[in-house]
Design a protein around this ligand. Structure first.
Ligand SMILES: Nc1ncnc2c1ncn2[C@@H]1O[C@H](COP(=O)(O)OP(=O)(O)OP(=O)(O)O)[C@@H](O)[C@H]1O
Length: 299
């Protein structure tokens, strides 16, 4: 296996005519970890990956593997495995696809059985791909990326369309690749799809970096709030107003922009209002993600 090396994106911009698909983007992806490359549809993920893999020219900036551009890598297919643009011929078997690709790419065909085994397709090796489910096609795409035994994997939406068993499988698969010291970059437009699989996140929106770091850092993005309720909501609202606390009303009661339930309870106590609920709420990862990217698609 080739050594894992960092992916370094520095001041990268890509314009298509009037459209700025990627806008002064910088981030680093470390070896030995699985990194989720996240953003809504149209955020610029695929364009970034295409520039990284030399399928598009950057307008400005650089995208490298340990300081070397893809086109300057001495043995690119044994350094980087990428799952962009996999096309399958329905009449060919999984084994034939991999053998044809290995020959065309100058890689040894001897790894074909091993990569089929790794992605769990050994028993379907001789079957025509035309009859494959989406999940099996995803596994075959992953098999391609492993043929050169690369230290870096760049996977575009590998979880898209997988069933829960496929998602469980890919989680273990990605983690085992990272534990071997490989650099694993996985794009997705849904945090929920990859949040069990990734160690780090890079979030982009409208071509710009919104956040990068450990997945756990996302939890701190949206400040905790307090939920409070009373049999007499009208008086509770008055008590909150009196204390100068901001709130919104929902099915559970009032959601107060105050992390300390003690302060909210005190406001109710001072006004003599009985409470039926009082607790702190932290938002989930998905809420943090949506609040960072603005919640919508940008295509
Ligand atoms: N070849 C192209 N010519 C013109 N505009 C393009 C081209 N490729 C991408 N774009 C535009 O660049 C923006 C970013 O697209 P990109 O495909 O990189 O986003 P994405 O985050 O990968 O989204 P998706 O998950 O939907 O593929 C979009 O507005 C898209 O329409």
């Amino acid at each position: 296996m080739a050594a894992g090396m960092p992916i370094e994106i520095t001041g990268l911009s890509k314009r298509f005519g009037q459209v700025t698909a990627v806008d002064d983007l910088s981030f680093t992806v470390e070896p030995g970890r699985v990194t989720g490359f996240l953003g809504p549809n149209g955020a610029g993920k695929t364009t970034t990956l295409r520039v990284l893999l030399d399928l598009e020219r950057a307008t400005t900036g650089t995208a490298t593997f340990g300081g070397t551009r893809y086109r300057d890598l001495p043995r690119p297919l044994e350094t980087v495995g990428a799952s962009l643009d996999a096309n399958f011929h329905p009449g060919r078997s999984a084994k034939q696809h991999l053998a044809v690709y290995a020959t065309a790419a100058g890689l040894s065909k001897s790894r074909v059985p091993a990569v089929l085994e790794t992605v769990g397709l050994s028993e379907f090796a001789g079957r025509r791909v035309g009859g494959f489910s989406l999940g099996m096609r995803q596994r075959l795409s992953l098999a391609y990326t492993l043929l050169g035994d690369p230290g870096v994997l760049v996977l575009d939406e590998p979880v898209n369309g997988l069933d829960p068993e496929g998602i469980r499988w890919i989680r273990g698969f990605l983690q085992s690749l990272a534990h071997e010291g490989r650099t694993v970059l996985v794009s997705s437009h849904l945090l929920s799809e990859v949040q069990q699989s990734v160690d780090d996140i890079v979030i982009i929106s409208r071509g710009r970096l919104v956040k990068s770091g450990p997945l756990s850092s996302l939890e701190l993005e949206v400040a905790p709030r307090t939920v409070v309720d009373s049999p007499d909501r009208l008086r509770l609202a008055g008590a909150l107003d009196q204390a100068g606390l901001e709130y919104t009303e929902d099915g559970e009661g009032f959601v107060v922009d105050e992390p300390d339930p003690g302060r909210v309870g005190h406001a109710a106590f001072v006004a003599g209002v009985e409470l039926s609920a009082l607790h702190r709420v932290t938002s989930g990862l998905e809420d943090s993600f949506l609040s960072l990217v603005g919640g919508g698609e940008q295509a």
